[in-house]
Design a protein around this ligand. Structure first.
Ligand SMILES: C[S@@+](CC[C@H](N)C(=O)[O-])C[C@H]1O[C@@H](n2cnc3c(N)ncnc32)[C@H](O)[C@@H]1O
Length: 298
């Protein structure tokens, strides 16, 4: 009886604090809810995101996680946690010249999200660079692996919802790196790849880079139509039970999740209120908090 009541109470608290973030999520992009649940389950020590844009996904990083976002043209509009940094560079440049290990506070990279340039070879290089920073328990997420149709999957952007040919990285990894666990979660609007079992010292992709890129040009959207996403992409349903089964069993940080989400929500509200004061031209601590939360660029 007591345990049930406690569980119900916790559910209410979770829902209330989750609301701060869930209310930002566009109805047609429920994958943000999946991303949030992955953050809450994995509780990464270090998190790296390629492609930040307005920072909605980066703002999901929990307090205490060292979060680094990379984007040559960020427009951060969501409150990032105090430990988040945005590197204003293309991912190729950032991986080549920035000391990302230091920016991650020398914390292990437990979770990464690739959502930058929507072209196969960019996503491939992002994956290769992330694997170098990773450890065998790192989880890599890859957006846009389940394109709607041929136009949204083309290399030239012709549609509002554009996935590009990033999806080709999934059959490529399954071919060249059969030891990896590679799946695509079927979550709207365009699926989320999930890759684990990384081997940081593996250089197969690097050694065969030119051949892999040439081969990818011969993979066509029709393959997905003819053979289906289950066969080509190892796609799985997007329900939480299935997604959880693809993640490490235990979180990397042992801090209770209710503490982390409450803290994150309180920070978001503080930044929100400070922002309203800053908009009215107020100076002082509120405006400082606001500027700090939105301008974590480095
Ligand atoms: C789809 S948005 C990212 C959205 C963000 N991940 C989110 O869910 O809130 C793609 C972003 O990738 C950035 N981008 C484009 N080329 C890039 C590159 N070479 N390296 C890193 N980011 C890149 C764009 O500037 C854009 O802001």
């Amino acid at each position: 009886m007591f345990v049930g009541a406690k569980a119900e109470h916790r559910g209410l608290v979770d829902r209330a604090i989750g609301h701060v973030y869930r209310s930002y999520v566009p109805a047609d992009a429920p994958y943000y809810v999946t991303l949030d649940r992955i953050h809450q389950h994995v509780r990464p020590r270090g998190y790296l995101e390629v492609g930040v844009y307005r920072g909605l996904a980066l703002a999901l990083a929990l307090p205490g996680t060292r979060a680094v976002g990379i984007d040559p043209d960020p427009h951060v509009a969501f409150p990032l946690t105090r430990r988040a940094r945005v590197v204003q560079d293309s991912s190729d440049d950032a991986f080549a010249v920035r000391d990302l290990w230091r920016l991650l506070g020398r914390k292990p990279l437990d979770l990464a999200f690739i959502d930058g340039r929507h072209l196969f070879e960019f996503a491939l290089r992002d994956f290769m660079n992330i694997e170098r920073l990773a450890h065998p328990g790192t989880v890599v997420l890859l957006h846009d692996c389940l394109p709607h149709d041929e136009r949204s999957a083309s290399r030239a952007r012709e549609t509002q919802l554009w996935s590009g040919d990033v999806w080709k990285l999934i059959p490529t990894l399954r071919k060249w790196r059969p030891e990896l666990q590679v799946h695509v979660i079927d979550v709207a609007p365009a699926g989320l790849g999930i890759i684990s079992g990384l081997v940081p010292g593996n250089r197969v992709l690097e050694r065969h880079y030119d051949e892999i890129v040439r081969n990818a040009a011969d993979i066509h959207y029709q393959l997905l139509v003819d053979e289906g996403p289950v066969k080509v992409l190892n796609s799985v349903p997007g329900d939480w039970g299935t997604v959880k089964g693809l993640l490490p069993e235990r979180p990397f940080r042992q801090v209770p999740i209710t503490v982390l989400t409450a803290w994150r929500a309180a920070w978001a509200w503080l930044v929100h209120l400070a922002g309203r004061r800053a908009e009215r031209g107020a100076s002082g601590i509120g405006a400082t908090i606001f500027r700090r939360a939105y301008n974590g660029s480095t």
